[in-house]
Design a protein. Structure first.
Lengths: 552, 893
C-alpha cells in the first residue's frame, strides 16, 4: 500500500476517536465526499495481511454501532467487499486473517437482529432520527417480539388503492387466486437467531440476511459500492471454473460455495446496478451468475437472472455514458395496439357459441359446458389451440398440401385428406365417430383444450356460409382432433411416415384408415370411462358430421 | 313548442357527438341547426370550425415528438369559420371561450405557439369551471392545458437564468398535470354518461363507444408530466404522478394506459427504489430523498388545485402497499390481468403482429413478476402466475423455460420435468435443461430411467464446454449409482456400479476442480469397498472444498471401515463444529460413541439431538399467528428442509432415498392416495391416481416390477399411510406440518433405544421405542426395534412376531430378515432360515452379518463347504465394513 493511502486511513482512524459528540453529524455528512478515504479503505480490505485491517474493521463496526445513519451507511457500503474477502479467505482456509472480517460481519448481523429484537431502544433511536431505517419498524409485532420479516402478498380479489376487484373481472379468479382469496402475510426472511460464530452451516443464512439489509438501503449506496458488488459477484461465481481464466481473475483457485438464496439476493443488487450507473459491470455480473447457476443447477437464481436478462432494454441504454442513471419512460400509445378483429382471450369470452345443426362445429353438449369453465386452462391446451388456429392459415388453399416442417402437424395432413375424400369409407367414419364420442365423454383436460381450440377456429373465421369455408372449418375441427391424438401418440412412427403423402388421394385415404385403426387401441383404453347412455346419444348426432363431410 | 323541444333535443345530440368525438355527424346536425334560428349561425360556425379541425387531426394524426409544420391549406376553412364566429361576438361567453380554445388549438397545429399562448391567456384557462361542465367541455379544457404545455415547451427561453428555467419547467409540468387530471375526469364522465344511456335505452347505445381513442393532446396531457419528471431525474415526483394516474378509477379508454403505466411504475419501484427510500401511496413523499438528482431538488408536493378532481379508488379497508415489492407486485398483477386479457389467440398470419405485441407486453410483465416474487422467495405463486402465461407460450422458449424453473423452485417436480421436456425440444443445444431434468428425476421423483436418458442427452451431445460435459457425466454416474442400489440382481448391481465408477472418473478428469466429482468418485469406490482408493479421492475432495459435510462424513465412515473409530469420531466432531445441526452426522456420532466412548456419551448425544430438534423446529413455530396462511407454513418448512435436506431412513440404507424424497416434495394427498395401491409399483394410468393426483404425476412407467426400490418405496409409503391413519385415531399425535421433522424425531428415539438395548436396559429402550411409535406406529423400524427388545427380554416368540410384522411392511428390511432367520435357526427351522438369508443377501450383498448367519445355518445343515465360503465372505466384508452403510450419504445432483 502506498504510504499516502496509509496516511489517509491512519488519519481516519485517529480523527474519529477524538471527535466531540456534537460534531458527529457534520463529520458523517463530510465522509461521503472523501473518495480517497473510501478507496484507501477498499484497499485495506482487499489486502488481508495488512496490519491496518483489524483497526479498520473495528472502526467500521464503531460506525455501524453509532446512532448516525450516515455513519451506518458508510460502513454498509463496504459490505460486498467484506463478504467477498471473508468467503475467499475461508475457502482458502485462511482462518487467521479472515478472523476480524468474520467478526465484523457477525457483529453487523447480530446488531441487525438486535434491532429487530429490542424494539424499545430502537424506537427511542427512531424518535431521535426520524428517517432511520423505517423498514425495521415494520418487522415487529405489537409486542415487539418479532423475529421474522414478512410482507403481504397483494391479491386482486381485495380492493386496493389501485383497483377494484369487479373491474378486473373473473379473469383473475383462477383456481390459484381463489385458494388464496384475500391477502396473506408471508415470511420471507427469518427467524434470525443471534449467532456466536459463522459455521459452514449458518454462513449463507447470515450472509444472505446481510445482503438483504444491504439491498434495503441500495438507494443510499454510492456507485463505487455498486460496482464492487458487481465485481465480487463475478468473482464469486466464476472462481475455480474454466471461465475464471477468461475473466483473468487472479488469486484464489478454489470454487467458492454459494447458496441459491444468496445468489438471488446478489441479483437484486445487480438489477439495481444496471439502472443506476453501472451497466457494464452489472452486465458481466449477470452473465456470471447465470453461468454459475446453470452449473449448480439452481432454479431460483436462474429464474430471476433469466427474467432480468430478458427485460433489459434492447441496446437503447448501452449508449448512455457510464455513471448516469437510466430510469426513463416514454409516452406510449394509450390505445391498444392489438387490432380489433384478432381473437383475444377477452373477446373469446364474450362470444356466445351457437350450435349449428348441420354445420362444422357439431359438438356434444358436454363440451359446451366444459368450455364455460375454461379459465383454468392447461399448458397443453394453450399450445395446441394455437396450433389449430395456425392451421387456418392454410384455409384458402387445399389442406392436403401442408408443409411438413412442424413436428406436431405431421400426423394431421394425411388424415384430413383421407377423411374428407372418403365419405363412404364406412369403417373409417365409424372409427372417427366413435373416437369423437368417446373422447367427448371423457372429461379431461384435453377435451377442454380441444373445445377451446375449436372455438378459436370458428371465431376467427367468417360465418360459415359458403361451403368451402364450412369445409375448412371441418378440416380444422378434425385437425384439432388429430392434434389431440397427435399429442397422445407423437412418437407414432406410422403417423409420421404417412404424413409425407400429401398429394395422392388414394394414399391419403389409406393412411387415414390405417391411422384410425391404430387409434382404436388408444380408444379402447378409454372406453371404460365412457358412460354408455351418453354414448348412445352422441352416436345419434354423429351423422351430422358426416353430412358436412360429403358436401364436397 | 314542438320546435323548441326539437331544438333542445338537437342540442343534446350535438353535445353528445362533441363529447364522443363523432365529427362526421356534426355536419348534418349543423345543417338542421341553421334551419331553426338565425342566431344559431355563429354557433354553426363554431361547430363547423371545430368539426373540420378535429376531422383534419383525425385524418392526419400527430405523432409524439414531431412538431407541427406551419400553415395548412386544408385548415384555411377552419380559420374562416372560427374568425366569423369570434368577430361577430354574438355568442354567449361560454361559447366564446370555446371558440377561442379551438382557435388556439388551430394556432398550435399551424405552429404559431406565441399566438396560441396569448389566446389561452386571454381565455384564462385556470378560471374555467369544471363543476357541472358537460363532458365535451372537460375534453376541451384538458386539451387546452396540454396544448399550452406543448406551446410552452416549444418556446425558447427568454432568459437563461437557472431559477427561471426551473420555474418554466414547473409551469409546463403543471399544465400537463392539470391536463391529465381533467382528461381522466372527462373519461370518467363519458363512461358514466354512456352507461346511463345504455341503461335508459337511449337511441344510440354507442357502438361508437368502443372506438373511443385518446387524442394526441389527451395522451400527451396524461403522460408528458411524468416523462419530464423522470428526464429531470426527479423520481419522487414522477412516481407520485404515476400513482395519481393509477389511483383514478379506470375507464374503458384508460385500460391500456393503466396497463402500461402500472408496469412502468412497477419497473421503477424495482429498479430504482429500495425499502428504505419507500413511501406508500397514501403518504406524503419525503422532502429529501436519495432518489432525486441532488442538483435539482425541488418541492416534492403538488402545487396546484383543481375545482374538481377525477374519482379515485377509496374505501374503508382498501389495501395499501407498505413496501416497494408489495406495490410492484400489486401493480404487476393488475397489469398482468389486462395483458392476459389481450392475449391474441388466433394464429393466422394476418394477426402475427398482434400476436407479437401481445406476447411482448405480457412477457415484460411476467419477467418483472419473476424478479419481484423471486426477491421474496414466492415461487409457488410465481409458478401459478407463469402458468397463466402459457397461453402465450406456443413455441416461446423463454416462457416455457421460466415456467419450468418456477415449477422446480416451487417443488412441483413431476410437472417441472414435463415442461422441461418441452424446453429441450425447443432448445436442444442447451445442456442445462436436461441436467435440471436429471436432477429432478434422480431427486425427489426417483425416476431413474428418465434421469439416465436426460444425463445421456448431455453426455452424448456434441461439443460442449468441459464443465457442462463433466456435469453430465456426474449426473450419469449418480444415476447408475442409484440404480445399482435399487437393483435386485447382483450381476446387474455390479454392472451398474462399474458404469457409475467410469462415469465419475470421466467427470473427475474433465473437471478436476469440482469437489463433487472427486467426492462421488470416492463414495462410489467406498460402496464397492475399495477403501484405500476412496480415501485418496475423498482427501482430494476435501482439498477442493474443505468444509463439505458429505465429504467429511464419508471420510469418517472410511476411517471407521478401517476400524480407526477414534479418528472417525474426531472427524465427525470436526464436521459437527461446522454443521452443528446436521442430524445425519449426529446419528453416525451416536453409533461411534457407543463404540468408543461408551453408552453414556452416546445417550448424551441423543439428548443433545433432542434439544437441537426442539430448537430447530420450535423456533419456527411462534409464527403460529399466521396459521391458516399455508404459504407461511410452507415457507418455513422449506427453509428448514434446506438445512438438513436429506434424512434417510438410517437403519435401512436401501430406502434412504425414498424416505427423504417422500418428506420433501410430495403432498400429503399424494402420499395418501398412492398408498392405496400398496406393493404394486407406481402405475401411471391407475384411475384413482390420475384423477386425484394434482400434479399430473403420471410417473415414469417403471417396468422393473421386481425392483427392490419399488417394493421399498411402496413399503415406506404404506408405513406412512398406516402411521397416519393410526395416529389420526389418537388425537394427541402430531398430524399437520411437514413430515420430515417428525421422522427425524422418531429416528432420534430409535437411536436412543438402540443404545439402551446395547447396554441391556429393555425398559428404557421400550420407552424410547414407544415415543417413536407414537409418531409412526407402523414403521418397520419401530417394529424391528420392538423385536430387539423382546429378544433382550428373552421372549423369542414375541420377537419373531415383531420381525415378521416388520417384514410384512417392508419385505426387504435386511436387519429384520437376519434376526428372524437367527431365531428360526435356533428353532431348528434351517431351510426357512436359509431361504430368508439368501433373500437378504440378494438385497444387500455387503451385509457381513447376514453372510455370517448364512454360514452358521449352512453349517448347521452340514453344508460345510458352502458355510466356509460364507464365513470367508463375511470375514472379508467385515474388514471393510463401515459403522453405518456408505449409502446413507445422500446422492443428489
Amino acid at each position: 500500500m502506498v504510504t499516502t493511502e496509509k496516511g489517509v486511513v491512519d488519519d481516519w482512524l485517529s480523527e474519529f476517536k477524538i471527535l466531540p459528540e456534537a460534531s458527529i453529524t457534520n463529520y458523517a455528512s463530510s465522509l461521503k465526499e472523501r473518495s480517497s478515504l473510501v478507496s484507501a479503505i477498499y484497499e485495506v480490505i482487499q489486502e488481508p495481511h495488512s496490519e491496518l485491517l483489524e483497526p479498520v474493521c473495528h472502526q467500521l463496526f464503531e460506525f455501524y454501532r453509532s446512532r448516525e445513519k450516515l455513519l451506518r451507511t458508510f460502513t454498509l457500503q463496504f459490505l460486498p467487499e467484506l463478504i467477498w474477502c471473508y468467503l475467499s479467505l475461508s475457502s482458502g482456509r485462511d482462518l487467521q486473517s479472515s478472523g476480524c472480517i468474520e467478526a465484523l460481519l457477525l457483529s453487523i448481523y447480530n446488531l441487525f437482529c438486535n434491532h429487530v429484537l429490542e424494539p424499545r431502544t430502537y424506537l427511542k433511536r427512531e424518535k431521535i432520527l426520524r428517517n432511520l431505517n423505517v423498514s425495521f419498524l415494520e418487522i415487529m409485532d405489537d409486542d415487539g417480539q418479532s423475529k421474522i420479516m414478512a410482507f403481504t402478498i397483494p391479491s386482486l380479489s381485495k380492493p386496493s388503492v389501485y383497483h377494484e376487484p369487479s373491474s378486473i373481472g373473473s379473469m383473475a379468479l383462477t383456481e390459484g387466486a381463489l385458494s388464496q382469496h384475500g391477502l396473506s402475510r408471508v415470511v420471507y426472511s427469518g427467524p434470525h437467531p443471534q449467532r456466536e460464530m459463522l459455521t459452514a452451516q449458518n454462513r449463507f443464512e447470515v450472509l444472505t440476511f446481510l445482503l438483504l439489509c444491504y439491498n434495503s438501503a441500495l438507494n443510499f449506496m454510492p456507485t463505487v459500492s455498486l460496482r464492487s458488488l458487481c465485481q465480487i459477484c463475478s468473482r464469486l461465481c466464476v472462481c475455480g471454473y474454466p471461465r475464471q481464466h477468461a475473466r483473468k481473475y487472479m488469486g484464489i483457485k478454489n470454487r467458492v460455495p454459494v447458496s441459491s438464496e444468496f445468489m438471488v439476493q446478489l441479483l437484486t443488487g445487480i438489477y439495481y446496478a444496471f439502472y443506476n450507473g453501472e451497466w457494464d459491470a452489472a452486465r458481466r455480473a449477470l452473465d456470471d451468475v447465470l453461468y454459475r447457476a446453470q452449473l449448480e443447477l439452481f432454479p431460483e437464481p436462474l429464474l430471476v437472472a433469466n427474467a432480468i436478462k430478458a427485460s433489459l432494454p434492447q441496446g437503447a441504454i448501452r449508449g448512455t455514458k457510464a455513471g448516469t442513471k437510466c430510469i426513463q419512460v416514454e409516452i406510449t400509445p394509450a390505445s391498444s395496439r392489438i387490432s380489433r378483429n384478432a381473437v383475444t382471450s377477452m373477446s373469446i369470452r364474450g362470444h356466445r357459441w351457437k350450435r349449428h345443426d348441420t354445420a362444422d362445429l357439431t359438438l356434444p353438449e358436454e363440451l359446451t359446458e366444459i368450455s364455460e369453465v375454461d379459465e383454468g386452462f392447461c399448458s397443453r391446451a394453450a399450445s395446441s389451440s394455437s396450433q389449430s388456429a395456425m392451421s387456418q392459415s392454410s384455409s384458402s388453399g387445399s389442406f392436403s398440401r401442408h408443409p411438413l416442417g412442424k413436428a406436431q402437424r405431421r400426423s394431421t395432413g394425411g388424415r384430413i385428406g383421407g377423411k374428407e375424400r372418403d365419405p363412404f369409407g364406412d369403417s373409417c367414419r365409424e372409427h372417427l365417430c366413435r373416437k369423437q364420442n368417446q373422447r367427448a365423454l371423457s372429461e379431461n383436460l384435453e377435451l377442454v383444450s380441444l373445445k377451446r381450440l375449436t372455438l378459436t377456429t370458428s371465431q376467427s373465421l367468417p360465418k360459415p356460409g359458403s361451403h368451402s369455408l364450412a369445409r375448412t372449418a371441418t378440416s380444422v375441427f378434425s385437425k384439432s382432433f388429430e392434434q389431440m391424438s397427435g399429442v397422445a401418440s407423437s412418437h407414432n412412427p406410422v403417423s409420421a411416415s404417412t404424413a409425407g403423402t400429401g398429394a395422392g388421394k388414394e394414399k391419403n385415404r389409406f393412411s387415414a384408415c390405417s391411422l384410425q385403426e391404430e387409434k382404436l387401441i388408444y380408444i379402447s383404453e378409454r372406453t371404460e370411462l365412457a358412460v354408455p347412455g351418453k354414448h348412445q346419444q352422441c352416436q345419434q348426432r354423429s351423422p351430422s358430421i358426416c353430412i358436412t363431410l360429403s358436401t364436397d | 313548442m314542438a320546435a323548441k323541444k326539437a331544438g333542445s333535443r338537437l342540442e343534446v345530440e350535438i353535445e353528445r357527438c362533441r363529447s364522443e368525438c363523432q365529427w362526421e355527424r356534426i355536419h348534418e346536425l349543423v345543417k338542421q341547426l341553421s334551419v331553426k334560428l338565425i342566431s344559431n349561425d355563429d354557433m354553426a360556425e363554431l361547430l363547423m370550425g371545430e368539426a373540420k379541425l378535429e376531422q383534419y387531426l383525425k385524418d392526419n394524426p400527430f405523432k409524439q415528438g414531431v412538431s407541427p409544420r406551419g400553415p395548412r391549406p386544408k385548415l384555411i376553412d377552419v380559420r374562416k369559420h372560427l374568425t366569423a364566429a369570434l368577430d361577430r361576438g354574438n355568442l354567449k361567453p361560454d361559447f366564446m371561450q370555446e371558440a377561442n380554445m379551438i382557435m388556439a388549438k388551430l394556432n398550435y397545429v399551424e405552429g404559431d405557439y406565441q399566438e396560441a399562448l396569448s389566446v389561452y391567456n386571454r381565455v384564462g384557462l385556470d378560471d374555467l369551471q369544471l363543476v357541472a361542465a358537460p363532458p365535451y367541455k372537460l375534453r376541451m379544457i384538458a386539451e387546452a392545458f396540454a396544448t399550452k404545455g406543448l406551446c410552452l415547451e416549444k418556446l425558447p427561453l427568454s432568459s437563461s437564468t437557472n431559477s427561471l428555467h426551473v420555474d418554466r419547467d414547473q409551469e409546463i409540468i403543471t399544465c400537463y398535470e392539470k391536463a391529465g387530471d381533467i382528461a381522466l375526469l372527462y373519461l370518467q364522465e363519458m363512461e358514466r354518461v354512456q352507461t346511463a344511456n345504455i341503461q335508459n335505452r337511449s337511441p344510440k347505445p354507442g357502438p361508437t363507444s368502443q372506438d373511443q381513442e385518446l387524442s394526441f393532446f389527451l395522451e400527451t396531457g396524461l403522460q408528458r408530466a411524468h416523462v419530464i419528471y423522470f428526464k429531470n431525474g426527479n423520481l419522487t415526483r414522477g412516481v407520485g404522478r404515476f400513482r395519481e394516474i393509477l389511483r383514478a378509477v379506470e375507464t374503458r379508454t384508460t385500460q391500456n394506459l393503466r396497463m402500461t403505466i402500472a408496469r412502468q411504475l412497477a419497473e421503477i419501484l424495482l429498479r430504482g427504489m429500495c425499502e428504505q427510500s419507500y413511501w406508500n401511496p397514501l403518504e406524503d413523499p419525503p422532502n429529501q430523498s436519495p432518489l432525486d438528482d441532488p442538483l435539482r431538488q425541488g418541492l416534492n408536493t403538488k402545487c396546484y388545485a383543481l375545482s374538481r378532481r377525477p374519482r379515485v379508488y377509496m374505501g374503508e379497508n382498501i389495501f395499501c402497499p407498505q413496501e416497494n415489492t408489495e406495490e410492484a407486485l400489486l401493480l404487476l398483477l393488475i397489469s398482468e390481468s389486462m395483458a392476459n386479457r389481450d392475449a391474441v389467440l388466433s394464429r393466422i398470419p394476418e394477426h402475427k403482429n398482434d400476436r407479437i405485441i401481445s406476447l411482448q407486453s405480457a412477457s415484460v410483465v411476467y419477467d418483472l413478476l419473476t424478479i419481484a416474487l423471486g426477491r421474496r422467495g414466492q415461487y409457488e405463486m410465481l409458478s401459478e402466475c407463469l402458468e397463466r402465461a402459457m397461453k402465450f407460450a406456443f413455441e416461446e422458449f423463454h416462457l416455457w423455460y421460466q415456467f419450468a424453473l418456477s415449477l422446480m423452485a416451487a417443488g412441483k417436480s413431476a410437472r417441472a420435468v414435463k415442461v422441461l421436456k418441452e424446453c429441450i425440444r425447443l432448445k436442444p443445444e442447451d445442456a442445462t435443461i436436461p441436467l435440471l431434468a436429471a436432477k429432478l428425476c434422480m431427486g425427489s421423483l426417483h425416476w431413474m430411467d428418465e434421469a439416465e436418458r436426460f444425463a445421456k442427452m448431455v453426455v452424448d451431445c456434441g461439443e460442449k464446454s468441459s464443465e457442462f460435459k463433466a456435469k453430465g457425466h456426474l449426473a450419469l454416474g449418480l444415476t447408475y449409482s442409484l440404480q445399482a442400489s435399487d437393483a435386485s440382481l447382483r450381476g446387474m448391481q455390479e454392472d451398474l456400479q462399474r458404469k457409475a465408477l467410469l462415469a465419475f472418473q470421466r467427470a473427475h478428469s474433465l473437471s478436476p476442480t469440482d469437489h463433487l466429482a472427486a467426492f462421488y468418485l470416492a463414495l462410489q469406490l467406498a460402496i464397492s469397498r475399495q477403501i484405500p482408493e476412496a480415501l485418496g479421492y475423498v482427501r482430494q475432495a476435501l482439498q477442493l472444498q474443505g468444509d463439505d459435510s458429505n465429504s467429511l462424513h464419508l471420510l469418517a465412515l472410511l476411517l471407521s471401515a478401517q476400524k480407526h473409530y477414534h479418528d472417525a469420531l474426531n472427524i465427525i466432531d470436526m464436521a459437527l463444529s461446522e454443521y452443528p445441526e446436521n442430524f445425519i452426522l449426529l446419528f453416525t456420532k451416536v453409533k461411534l460413541e457407543s463404540l468408543c466412548r461408551g453408552p453414556d456419551e452416546a445417550l448424551l448425544t441423543c439428548k443433545h439431538m433432542l434439544q437441537i430438534w426442539k430448537s430447530c423446529y420450535n423456533l419456527t413455530n411462534p409464527s403460529d399467528s399466521g396459521r391458516g396462511s399455508s404459504l407461511l407454513d410452507r415457507a418455513i418448512a422449506d427453509r428448514r428442509q434446506l438445512n438438513t435436506i436429506t434424512l434417510p431412513d438410517f437403519s435401512d440404507p436401501e430406502t434412504a432415498s425414498d424416505s427423504s424424497s417422500l418428506s420433501r416434495a410430495d403432498s400429503p394427498l399424494h402420499l395418501f392416495v398412492s398408498t392405496h395401491l400398496p406393493l404394486s409399483p407406481p402405475k401411471s394410468d391407475h384411475p384413482l391416481k390420475t384423477c386425484v393426483d394434482t400434479e399430473l404425476s403420471c410417473g415414469p412407467p417403471d417396468p422393473r416390477l421386481r425392483s427392490i426400490h419399488a417394493t421399498s418405496i411402496a413399503a415406506s409409503r404404506v408405513e406412512q399411510a398406516l402411521s397416519e391413519v393410526a395416529s389420526s385415531l389418537q388425537s394427541s399425535a402430531p398430524k399437520q406440518g411437514p413430515l420430515h421433522p417428525w421422522m427425524t424425531l422418531a429416528q432420534i428415539w430409535l437411536h436412543a433405544a438402540e443404545v439402551y438395548i446395547g447396554i441391556g436396559k429393555p425398559a428404557e429402550a421400550s420407552a424410547c421405542i414407544q415415543e417413536a411409535a407414537n409418531l409412526f406406529p407402523m414403521s418397520h423400524n419401530v417394529l424391528y426395534m420392538r423385536g430387539q427388545v423382546a429378544e433382550l427380554r428373552g421372549n423369542i416368540d414375541e420377537a419373531k412376531r415383531w420381525y415378521e410384522e416388520a417384514l410384512s411392511i417392508s419385505p426387504t428390511h435386511v436387519k429384520s430378515m437376519q434376526r428372524l432367520s437367527l431365531i428360526l435357526h435356533h428353532l431348528g427351522r434351517y431351510s426357512l432360515a436359509e431361504k430368508i438369508l439368501r433373500d437378504a443377501v440378494q438385497v444387500n450383498s455387503t451385509a457381513h452379518d447376514v453372510w455370517n448367519s448364512l454360514g452358521e445355518v449352512l453349517q448347521a445343515q452340514g453344508n460345510d463347504d458352502a458355510a466356509t465360503e460364507c464365513f470367508l465372505t463375511a470375514l472379508e466384508l467385515e474388514a471393510s465394513s463401515p459403522i453405518v452403510p456408505f449409502t446413507i450419504i445422500p446422492r443428489v445432483l
